[in-house]
Design a protein around this ligand. Structure first.
Ligand code: KG4
Ligand code: ZN
Length: 357
């Protein structure tokens, strides 16, 4: 099965062609235009600029993805497009393009939940078997999810305030390190002392498996204000101490989730998957690898370029869904909010931004 994927939910315009090969998949092309430079001056994604940029770039990226994959329309089996969650202007650009392509070629199209793309990536890259425990950490979400099958997800824990990527981005903004903040904070942390500041680890050491990051953000702001003007050395120490607090929080929650999962599914050959943009962070990956080792689990982390937003994961999600679900109809409407587990109860304050995945 050969599928063209389209992703326009936030600040990456992307198109890719993916083929099913045995149990996993093969990425024949994976083209991405990052809009970082277009938003950098504003310190975050500007929805109107994002929508216009997707519109200007998407056709060219699709042509490029088809050419790089050496593929023509008659060779494709389906078109996949992110239909949510995300910024609605960008989603409309992608969904309307997919519908137009479907109408003109006669190919079926699948509207895909962007989070499902992240959740199923380890099956594309590692042919991982269901079920597995997913830690989804991105600009808009921080969740533990039990991935049971394509289309079957149970949210086990979530954030009650900010998302983890948002905490990285806000820390970077406070320290004037630029946007997006995750990679900048990780880079600066390498030069800093992780023990200089004892930042809070909200909700740690309790029975709680949910996350909270807003107290951490306040502590960082207070520290930065106290030290102002900050030297590069101070900023590096703040980044290192912040990242250490994040790692401790993730280790605390992951250890609890592993115990819960073992109790339900038994202790054998279990896998933790880390996905979403923050999963590109090497220090976090290393810490989780040690933890999973200690518990007799394995860690699967997709390659960094498949952790951040891309269209290969969208094409792959459609390949997986095509076994169990019908294609979308032309009445498909993009959804700015679209939880992976529709039955999960909302938590006060959680996902309040709700525009990034
Ligand atoms: O999944 P993603 O590419 O986009 C959506 O949120 O949909 O995730 C982006 C988030 C941003 O908040 C970015 O700062 C964060 O992932 N991120 C990182 C790193 N690379 C990207 N956070 C920490 N360390 C990184 N190396
Ligand atoms: Zn994402």
């Amino acid at each position: 099965m050969l599928v063209l994927g389209i992703e326009t939910s936030c600040d990456e315009t992307a198109a890719a062609v993916v083929q099913r090969t045995g149990k996993g998949g093969s990425i024949l092309s994976n083209c991405i235009h990052s809009q970082i430079a277009e938003h950098a001056a504003f310190g975050g994604v500007v929805p109107e600029i994002a929508a216009r940029s997707h519109l200007a770039r998407l056709d060219g990226l699709i042509t490029q993805a088809m050419e790089e994959a050496d593929c023509n329309w008659s060779g494709l089996d389906a078109i996949a497009v992110t239909a949510g969650p995300g910024l609605v202007g960008g989603l409309l650009t992608g969904v309307m393009t997919a519908k137009a392509l479907s109408a003109s070629t006669g190919l079926p199209f699948f509207g895909i939940n962007h989070l499902e793309g992240h959740a199923l990536t380890p099956r594309l890259t590692n042919a991982l078997e269901f079920p597995y425990l997913l830690l989804l950490v991105s600009g808009g979400h921080t969740q533990f999810v039990e991935v049971r099958d394509a289309g079957e997800y149970r949210r086990l824990a979530t954030t009650i305030d900010d998302a983890l990527g948002e905490a990285f981005d806000k820390t970077a903004k406070l320290l004037s390190l630029g946007y997006p903040g995750g990679p900048q904070v990780e880079q600066a942390a390498k030069e800093g002392n992780p023990r200089r500041f004892d930042f809070p680890r909200p909700l740690s050491g309790k029975e709680e498996t949910n996350f909270s990051f807003s107290g951490l953000k306040t502590a960082i702001r207070q520290t930065a204000n106290k030290l102002a003007p900050l030297s590069n050395h101070d900023a590096a120490d703040i980044c290192a101490s912040f990242q250490q607090a994040i790692i401790d929080i993730l280790l605390d929650r992951t250890a609890k989730m592993i115990r819960q999962f073992d109790n339900v599914h038994g202790k054998h050959d279990r896998t933790l998957v880390i996905a979403g943009g923050v999963a590109a962070n090497k220090a976090i990956r290393l810490a989780l690898e040690q933890l999973t080792d200690e518990h007799g689990w394995s860690l699967v982390a997709p390659p960094p370029q498949l952790c951040t937003d891309n269209a290969a994961m969208i094409a792959w999600a459609a390949i997986e869904r095509s076994d169990r679900f019908s294609p979308s109809g032309f009445d498909l409407a993009p959804r700015s909010r679209w939880p992976l587990d529709e039955d999960a109860a909302g938590l006060i304050g959680s996902g309040k931004r709700g525009v990034k995945a």
